[in-house]
Design a protein around this ligand. Structure first.
Ligand code: ADP
Length: 727
């Protein structure tokens, strides 16, 4: 009889690297591991960080290396592991690449470093020299701080600060550099909900009580009180389980102090705020606190989805239709869709909120997969603005001007009543094109098929795709003619210039990512607008979102047709959503607002529905069109983008892919085609589009296709499941 082999533990470890699967290791004697533990293990010539993906018995048949060490930190939850595996498969990505989005720097696994601050004792220090006085003054003004910081501000050496402890004027305070988040208080009084809100909140709390994975669409016009309703759901989740964690996803730009302030007011504690502008220290703090289940409410941009929640009970995706949830660089994913996956893995509830829900979400709600909760009315007196069109074919502005007579006279009336105007145009800079009057040469970006945008404030021509920029030349680079370059078409700077010329006494400002490139600048601008210091605000997309300008009563949409053109199947929907958002900026308070849309195509479905205030009609028409074409959500799409520095090679490889596409029922392959930008940063690109019936597993199809293809080292292949952008 053979003796059974001695069973030792075997750990499969996934590394945050582009590897196809987890690797196996033995667990050394005395080391206790759990699934999800953060460990270090040898891989190739080095020891790297990874996560225990599975544990099993080791029969000793293979000569495995041993796990090196384990971090003293909570393991990733089983739900998180499931989420990583599921989304890797869905996005046709290696699991290690997904894990890379979850893990942050190693110090978020270690306890918080400690820091020492110096604070006044309230006693007069012995021997108050001039230097010591400066230190005391700096602290009196700025509050307790580190010795180096105080010394720098006071212009003295740190020794003066520490010397003041002995002298009795200051005391040392030692505390964690990453302080914990205060727990929110769900029982602070919120606003008194009006009946329609109570009804909606009741549905959400019943959903939470039912437990398990549940999804709801909270569909309510701007200003209908959706935020207050989901605050109730958050409060309920916290009351039921004080350890519950809640994630609120917001479009990046909405993550301003105004939103944070509302959370503080409602729950009496600061939420953790996660977005791309946060520094390393704050991210380290949030990751650690979330991982230890010490951060209850996290509000964040799309990447907050990858935080290591331990007890996620509720996810809210606010402005769920917003296109910024789709990440189009690097890892392509749609955060709203992955949020649903995350909720399912965590057996949590998810609320998708919007005034203009996406067709995908509406279809899910209509099919009964999501609960459908509607808030049809605005709170209080505020009413949706009256929307009318200005037909540009009848009211053509003079050459080189962009504001039609009816719009200008409406602006004059509004300014006379001392109310504010927002002119909306989703185009940064001064002009989208610069060309030579003499030879017709168009100024193009050197390594991409795109025109350069003229920016007058900086005097530069900028490529919005690659960031390339150059001073505006005096001569045409093609024919050498002097002063022959002219600017074609409007951007916000040019519209602002015209507004200023027409209303010289008005204070005109621009709100775009160029004028508000930092959170502070953006806040300052919004603040000035709220206080009524700006008469005419000329803004891009970022002016359309979530702000509350009580004295804004006129919206002029400079070009309502922008965005309707182009091959993107979501273009109509997106234009409609943006126009509703923009129109929703007006008349939020007591005064009624109106919106004027300049258009060449007033009969277009999107524009006509907006004027009629008939969203359902618009969405129905769009939905039917998509159904007929078999586009999402009635079918599935996947894009495969093949790029190479060699134009010849890219065509060859793309043709090869097309030839070797697996045969499958309900699948059609379109392309290879040249995307709108056929070359970006020197890389030539070709796109294949997979259209599949709804019941086809398009991820599995693409994965099988990919396995057929031999990788070519100088060719990049990117998969984008449910692509949004067709550039
Ligand atoms: P939405 O998220 O639908 O745009 P909000 O929740 O932001 O709406 O509400 C719009 C405004 O109305 C906010 O200023 C909010 O504080 C206020 N509000 C919402 N509900 C109530 C209520 N029941 N009573 C009084 N004010 C409310």
């Amino acid at each position: 009889m053979t003796r059974p082999p001695i069973l030792k533990a075997k750990a499969s470890i996934l590394f945050p690297m582009p590897l196809p699967e987890p690797f196996d290791y033995t667990v050394p004697d005395g080391m206790e591991l759990r699934v999800g533990d953060h460990v270090r293990a040898p891989i190739g010539p080095r020891v790297a960080r990874g996560v225990v993906w599975a544990l099993s018995g080791d029969d000793g048949s293979r000569n495995l290396k041993a796990v090196d060490s384990v971090y003293d930190a909570p393991p990733l939850s089983p739900a998180m592991i499931e989420f990583v595996d599921w989304s890797a498969r869905y996005l046709v990505q290696l699991p290690g690449i997904m894990l890379r989005n979850v893990l942050r720097s190693e110090d978020s696994l270690l306890p918080s470093p400690r820091e020492v601050l110096f604070a006044p004792t309230g006693e007069e220090p012995a021997r108050l020299t001039e230097a010591r006085q400066k230190v005391m003054d700096v602290i009196a003004e700025n509050g307790p701080d580190s010795a180096t910081k105080i010394a720098r501000l006071a212009g003295v050496t740190p020794g003066v600060v520490t010397g003041l402890v002995k002298a009795g004027g200051l005391r040392r305070i030692e505390r964690p550099a990453d302080p914990p988040f205060d727990p929110p208080d769900p029982d602070r009084p919120g606003v008194d909900l009006v009946p329609q809100q109570q009804e909606a909140a009741g549905q959400l709390t019943r959903m939470l009580d039912a437990g398990g994975f549940q999804a709801a669409l909270l569909d309510g016009v701007t200003g209908s009180g959706k935020t207050e309703v989901y605050f109730e759901a958050i409060a309920h989740a916290l009351r039921e389980d004080p350890e519950a964690q809640i994630l609120v996803l917001l479009p990046e730009i909405a993550l301003t102090q105004a939103v944070t302030a509302r959370f503080i007011q409602r729950f009496g504690a600061e939420p953790a705020v996660w977005h791309s502008d946060q520094g390393h220290k704050e991210r380290r703090r949030i990751w650690r606190e979330v991982n230890h289940n010490r951060a209850r409410i996290v509000i964040g941009a799309r990447s907050a989805l990858f935080l290591p929640f331990q007890k996620l009970r509720l996810i809210v995706v606010d402005e769920e239709h917003d296109a910024t949830y789709k990440q189009g660089d690097g890892l392509h994913y749609q955060a709203r869709d992955l949020a649903v996956v995350r909720a399912r893995a965590s057996k949590a509830a998810i609320v998708l909120a919007s005034a203009t829900p996406s067709i995908e979400t509406l279809a899910n709600a209509r099919a009964g997969r999501y609960a459908y909760i509607r808030l049809p009315d605005r709170i209080g007196k505020a009413v949706l603005p009256e929307v009318t069109t200005i037909d540009l074919r009848d009211h053509r502005p003079e050459r080189g001007l962009w504001l039609s007579d009816p719009l200008v006279s409406a602006m004059a009336d509004t300014l006379q009543r001392r109310e504010q105007v927002l002119l909306y145009l989703n185009r940064r800079g001064y002009a989208p094109l610069v060309l030579c009057r003499d030879c017709g040469h168009r100024m193009k970006s050197p390594d991409v098929d795109a025109y350069l945008t003229e920016h007058r404030y900086t005097g530069r021509l900028i490529c919005h795709l690659t960031g390339f920029s150059m001073p505006r030349p005096e001569k045409c680079p093609e024919c050498g003619a002097i002063d022959s370059l002219i600017s074609v078409g409007p951007g916000v700077e040019r519209v602002a210039e015209e507004a200023k010329a027409r209303f010289p006494d008005a204070n005109v400002e621009i709100l775009s990512s160029d004028t508000a490139h930092s959170a502070e600048k953006l806040l300052a601008l919004i603040d000035r607008m709220e206080r009524g210091e700006i008469d005419i605000l000329v803004g891009t997309q970022i002016a359309a979102k979530g702000h509350n300008f009580p004295n804004l009563t006129l919206i002029g949409v400079v070009d309502a047709d922008l965005g309707l053109a182009g091959g993107d199947p979501r273009a109509g929907e997106r234009t409609y959503q943006t126009l509703v958002q923009v129109a929703g900026r007006a008349g939020r308070a007591e005064r009624p607002g109106r919106a004027l849309l300049q258009t060449h195509d007033p009969d277009h479905e999107a524009i006509a529905a907006l004027v009629a205030g008939d969203r359902d009609r618009f969405m129905e028409a769009e939905t039917m069109a998509r159904e007929v074409l078999g586009l999402p959500p009635f079918g599935r799409l996947a894009a495969i983008i093949i790029s190479s520095k060699d134009a010849h090679q890219v065509d060859g490889v793309a043709a090869d892919w097309a030839k070797r596409a697996p045969d499958a029922d309900g699948v059609t392959i379109w392309g290879p085609a040249e995307p709108r930008y056929g070359m970006v940063r020197g890389w030539h690109r070709r796109r294949l589009l997979v259209r599949a019936d709804r019941d086809v597993d398009v991820s599995a199809y693409v994965a099988a296709w990919k396995r057929r293809m031999k990788p070519v080292s100088s060719v990049r292949v990117t998969v984008d499941i449910e692509p949004y952008s067709f550039v």
